[in-house]
Write a protein that binds this ligand. Structure first.
Ligand code: ATP
Length: 247
């Protein structure tokens, strides 16, 4: 039977150095939808994603993925279980081309020989799907990632984690620094991605969050203060004003 939650955090507390950053984060991510993590600047959203990945390990509390306790696993083992992470800085290799950045992501090997010889038009399988989702990557195939626009870099970063067999994607503020039209495009791509992969999104752009997410979790001062449907949050101006500062 499919678990009701794909990922569960229970009373998670994280320290960075001597600072007690997460002081009680608890929420569940349901499979097959986008859950957005909301909260003011410095609330602890990025730290929550990093704690799930094992990059800032939890000192107290529990994190379960598909029912398995992953609280103390190192990042590479968390990744191996099928959790993909797109950090806020996108984590691309700026001097490597689009093709090379994607090649690095293909588990256990290289991009298909045909693709290397004949270019992205020869792609099949997962790579073909990624290139259909983000056609810009095909056009920029041989360009260094560092020369792409912010939106293209974001597409490359997301495309890269889609190439691995991930069941859950953690994506940190994908809209940051992007023009509104690019954000709209990104929203469409996220909705398509969510049709096959569960997504936990950190997003300050409330318009984008509202457009793509089904569920939301609000973090304030390192603690979960609300979790529920996005529809309920939209119906609750007091909650929005109090924790998000949006009317
Ligand atoms: N390396 C660090 N050393 C000390 N404090 C840190 C460190 N990294 C983060 N913090 C603090 O932890 C708190 C939570 O940061 P975090 O980046 O998780 O928040 P956030 O909700 O993602 O905010 P933002 O949207 O601004 O990135 C902030 O007060 C931040 O200053």
């Amino acid at each position: 039977m499919k678990p009701v939650s794909l990922l569960e955090l229970e009373g998670v507390e994280t320290y960075i150095g001597e600072y007690h950053i997460l002081q009680g984060v608890s929420f569940a991510v349901r499979p097959g939808a986008i859950t957005v993590l909301l909260g003011r600047n410095g609330a602890g959203k990025t730290t929550t994603l990093r704690t799930i990945m094992g990059l800032n390990p939890a000192r107290r509390g529990r994190i379960r993925y598909k029912g398995k306790d992953i609280t103390r696993l190192p990042p590479h083992e968390v990744a191996r279980l099928g959790i993909g992470y797109v950090p806020e800085d996108r984590g691309l290799f700026g001097s490597l081309t689009v093709a090379e950045n994607l090649r690095v992501a293909v588990r256990g090997g290289d991009l298909d020989r045909q693709v290397r010889r004949r270019g992205p038009g020869a792609a099949t399988g997962r790579l073909a799907e990624v290139l259909e989702l983000f056609p810009d990557l095909k056009r920029a195939w041989n360009r260094p990632a560092g020369t792409l626009s912010g939106g293209q870099q974001q597409m490359l970063a997301i495309g890269r984690v889609l190439l691995s067999d991930n069941d859950l994607l953690l994506i940190d503020e994908p809209s940051k620094g992007l023009a509104p039209v690019v954000v709209e495009h990104l929203g469409e791509a996220l909705r398509k991605i969510a049709a096959r992969t569960t997504v936990l999104l950190v997003e300050q752009n409330f318009g984008l969050a509202q457009a793509v997410a089904e569920h939301c979790v609000v973090i304030d001062d390192g603690r979960t203060v609300h979790q529920g449907s996005m529809a309920d949050l939209l119906d609750d101006p007091v909650l929005r004003q109090r924790y998000l500062g949006v009317a």
